[in-house]
Structure formats: structure tokens, C-alpha cells
Ligand binder design. Sequence first.
Ligand SMILES: Cc1cc2nc3c(=O)[nH]c(=O)nc-3n(C[C@H](O)[C@H](O)[C@H](O)COP(=O)(O)O)c2cc1C
Length: 183
Amino acid sequence: MRILGISGSLRAESHNTKLLREAAKMLPESCEFTLFDGLADVPPYNEDHDHDPRPVGAQRFIDAVRSADGLLFSTPEYNFSIPGQLKNAIDWASRPMGSAALAFTPAAVMGTSLGSFGAVWAQAELRKVLGACGARVIDGEVALNYAGEVFDNGAPMSAEHLAQIVQLTTALLAEIANVPTQH
Ligand SMILES: Cc1cc2nc3c(=O)[nH]c(=O)nc-3n(C[C@H](O)[C@H](O)[C@H](O)COP(=O)(O)O)c2cc1C
């Protein structure tokens, strides 16, 4: 199974990107995990340009989504929502309705933040947006709070957070196994 990891953060030392790397280590060996590295190169969505040939950065994101069996997101929370760069890329992969790259694609959402809430509002927003795009969204979350403790200070991840990752990724793989290839 090919899993595409998508971090909503462009930061070089992003905690969300690090969370994706940790989750990838916990996937079964049968999974091929790729971390999408081109989010910063996706131009602002423009419907006038949403036709062949699309802008290179946008097409690269669309192709990466299409070639994956499932998507594993990790998003920061920016002002109670998802970062603009992530929403922008999703908009590119959401058209045409019904046959878009995101349509019918299994997708799971994690998140981490410096504070006590673990980006739960951003995760809820991202699940909503992915659902609007027709993705098969897993009902679950990984809300890793106090990210600095784990990723900057070297504290071990709690058993609760490890269990959340296992539960979410197991559900994602199950959803992939049940979904016939649509794209
Ligand atoms: C523009 C901006 C808005 C933010 N808004 C929130 C917020 O609403 N809630 C929250 O918990 N953290 C907020 N934060 C803090 C981020 O959660 C924190 O910077 C996070 O670690 C970023 O993720 P990253 O390490 O993956 O880049 C905000 C940060 C920025 C830069």
C-alpha cells in the first residue's frame, strides 16, 4: 500500500512533519510511505489555470495524491483552522468534482501543536474539507499536545498518543483494503 504523508507546515523543523515521520515508522512493512515535499511550490488556486497543462507545482501535488492508495495528513492549527497553504493545495486536488484526485481516496488526519489542545480544531476543519472533496475520511484523530516536549526536548511520546497513531493508521489501512481502486 502506498501512503502519502502530507504535512500542513512548511517549517523546516515542523513538529507536524516529525509526527508524520514517527507515524511512518509504525506502519507495517508492506506500506510504502512517501512524504510530500512540494507544498511550498503549489501556486495559489486559480480556476482560470485549472486545466491541462496545470501549473507544475499544482500538478505535482495532484499526481502525488492520485498515485497514493491513502493519505496521512498532519496539520498545525493556524488561527483555529488549517494553514492556508494546505487548504490551497487541497483545492487544486478537489476538481473536477467526482473525478478529482481526492475523490474516493482514503484519508486520515493527525495534528500537533505547542499548546494543550493538539490542533484538534484544525483536524476537525481538515476532516470537513476532505469530506467535502469526496475523500473517504477516517473518523479519528491524533491530538499530540505540547509538541515541543517530544520533538525539541526528547520526551517520549505518551502511550495514549502512540495508541492514537496505531488506531488511526490501522483504520486508514482497513479503509484502503476495502476501497476498490477508483483512480
Ligand atoms: C499564524 C499562526 C497561527 C497559529 N494559531 C494557532 C492556533 O489557533 N491554535 C494553536 O494551538 N496554535 C496556533 N499556532 C501555533 C502552532 O500550533 C505552532 O506554531 C505549531 O507548532 C506549528 O506547527 P509546525 O511545528 O508543524 O510548524 C499558530 C501559529 C502560527 C504561526
